[in-house]
Ligand binder design. Structure first.
Ligand code: ASP
Ligand code: MG
Length: 405
C-alpha cells in the first residue's frame, strides 16, 4: 500500500465537531491500508487572533517571539486531532515542526525549509502510527522556532510528501478545488479538474488563494501530485500534476486577482548603470518581494521607476527606500495602496498569440485603465485601480468563456 499526506486547513478543524469529522476521514484512509501523514493548521482564526494579541502588547512585536507565539496555534490542533484519531481506534502520534525534523533558515516570519530530517516520522509510520505534524513551523539552524509565512501549512505538507515520496498530497479545504476565478467575485466561476504545476504556480503567485506559493514550488520541483479538495463534502477536487500525453492545454485556465499589492514610484532617478541594481539589491537584502517593475523613458538624464510589493512588505520597503533614494540622489518616492492586479493564466497561451491583445481590448471596453503590465509565457498581468478589479475579473471571465457549461 501507499503513503498519503493529508493537509487540513483552519476551517477544516475549526471546532470539536470538525476535528472529529477529520479524524474519521483519517482513520478511514488508514484502515483502507495506506500509511497516513497528516499536516494541520491552527483551528479557525486562531493565528489571526494570536497576531492581534501580539499587537495588543507591543507596537512592533519581536519577530522571534511572534514565531514562538504563532506556533502554539498548531500545537493545539495537532494534539486535539491526534486524540480524536486515537479515539477512532487508530494509533496516532503528534509532532511539532521541530520534532518532525523540519529545519529552516533563520528568517523569522517567513523562514525557508532547508532540510527535512524525516527519520522520526518514518519510524512512527513503520510502527503503524498515523503521524500528525504541526503545519507552518520548523526549527532554525540557530535552534529557534520559526514559521514559514501565512498559509505555510501547505508548504509543510508538500515538503513532507516530497521527502517521504508520498503517492499524493491531499490539501483539504473549505472549497471544492481551484476555481476559474474567485467565486466571491465571479459567481459563474467553475472548478477546474486539472492544472499543470506551472499554471498553479502562476495562479498562486497572482492571488489564487487556495495554495501557498512555496508549496507549489516544492510540488513542481519534486513532481508531487497535489489534490485540492473539500473536507466538507470529501468529493474529488482539482488535481495538480504533470499532464498526460495528448491532453490539450486550455488557452486560459483562470482569472486571478490580488488587491494586496502596493505600487511604489521612485521619482527622478539618475539614469546611469548600476542604479537599478542598488535599489533592488537593497530591497532584496531586506527580503522584500518585488513583483512588477517598470522604468519610464529617460528625460534629461533622469527616469521614474515603479514597482509593486506585497502590503506586508510595505514597512520594510519604506525604510529601505528612505535610505536608498537619498543615496542615489533620486527626487523621492511615493506609495499607492489603491491598486490591484488582474491576471490571466493558461498553458495554451504559449502557442496562441493574441491573448494579450484581447485582454487589453476587454479592459478598454470596460473603461479600465492599465497602469502596469507584466507577462510570462503562460500569464498576463495588469495593474489597475483597486476599484476596477472586480469588474475586470468578471468581464475577462465572460470574454474568455470560463463559465460552467
Ligand atoms: N495557521 C497558519 C496561518 O493561518 C498557517 C496555515 O494556516 O497554513 O497562516
Ligand atoms: Mg491556506
Amino acid at each position: 500500500m501507499g503513503l498519503i499526506v493529508q493537509k487540513y486547513g483552519g476551517t477544516s478543524v475549526a471546532d470539536p465537531e470538525r476535528i472529529r469529522a477529520v479524524a474519521e476521514h483519517v482513520a478511514r484512509t488508514r484502515h483502507a491500508g495506506d500509511d497516513v501523514v497528516v499536516v494541520v493548521s491552527a483551528m479557525g482564526k486562531t493565528t489571526d487572533d494570536l497576531v492581534r494579541l501580539a499587537h495588543d502588547v507591543a507596537a512592533r512585536p519581536s519577530a522571534r517571539e511572534l514565531d514562538m507565539l504563532l506556533t502554539s496555534g498548531e500545537r493545539i490542533s495537532i494534539s486535539l486531532l491526534c486524540m480524536a484519531i486515537i479515539d477512532q481506534g487508530c494509533p496516532a502520534v503528534s509532532f511539532t515542526g521541530s520534532q518532525a525534523g523540519i529545519v529552516t533558515d533563520t528568517t523569522h516570519g517567513k523562514a525557508r525549509i532547508v532540510e527535512v530530517k524525516a527519520d522520526r516520522i518514518r519510524d512512527s509510520l513503520a510502527a503503524g502510527d498515523v503521524v500528525v505534524v504541526a503545519g507552518f513551523q520548523g526549527v532554525s539552524t540557530a535552534r529557534d522556532v520559526t514559521t514559514l509565512g501565512r498559509g505555510g501549512s501547505d508548504t509543510t505538507a508538500v515538503a513532507l510528501a516530497a521527502v517521504l515520496g508520498a503517492d499524493a498530497c491531499e490539501i483539504y479545504t473549505d472549497v471544492s478545488g481551484v476555481f476559474t476565478a474567485d467565486p466571491r467575485v465571479e459567481p459563474n466561476a467553475r472548478r477546474v479538474d486539472h492544472l499543470s504545476y506551472e499554471e498553479m504556480l502562476e495562479m498562486a503567485a497572482t492571488g489564487g488563494r487556495v495554495l501557498a506559493l512555496r508549496s507549489v514550488e516544492f510540488a513542481r520541483n519534486d513532481r508531487v501530485p497535489l489534490h485540492v479538495r473539500s473536507s466538507f463534502t470529501w468529493a474529488a477536487g482539482t488535481w495538480i500534476r504533470d499532464k498526460e500525453e495528448g491532453m490539450e492545454d486550455a488557452i486560459v485556465s483562470g482569472v486571478t486577482h490580488d488587491v494586496s499589492d502596493v505600487k511604489i514610484t521612485v521619482d527622478r532617478v539618475p539614469d546611469r548603470p548600476g542604479i537599478a541594481a542598488r535599489i533592488f539589491r537593497a530591497l532584496a537584502d531586506e527580503a522584500v518581494n518585488v513583483d512588477m517593475i517598470e522604468q519610464n523613458v529617460s528625460r534629461d538624464g533622469h527616469t521614474d521607476i515603479s514597482f509593486t510589493v506585497p502590503a506586508d512588505d510595505l514597512d520594510r520597503t519604506v525604510t529601505v527606500m528612505g535610505k536608498v533614494a537619498a543615496e542615489i540622489g533620486a527626487g523621492g518616492f511615493t506609495h499607492d495602496t489603491q491598486v490591484g492586479r488582474v491576471s490571466l493564466v493558461g498553458a495554451g497561451m504559449k502557442s496562441n498569440p493574441g491573448v494579450a491583445a484581447e485582454m487589453f481590448e476587454v479592459l478598454a471596453t470596460e473603461g479600465v485603465n492599465i497602469e502596469m503590465i507584466s507577462t510570462s509565457s503562460i500569464r498576463i498581468s495588469c495593474v489597475v485601480r483597486e476599484d476596477d478589479v472586480e469588474r475586470a475579473v468578471q468581464a475577462l471571465h465572460a470574454a474568455f468563456h470560463l463559465e460552467g457549461t
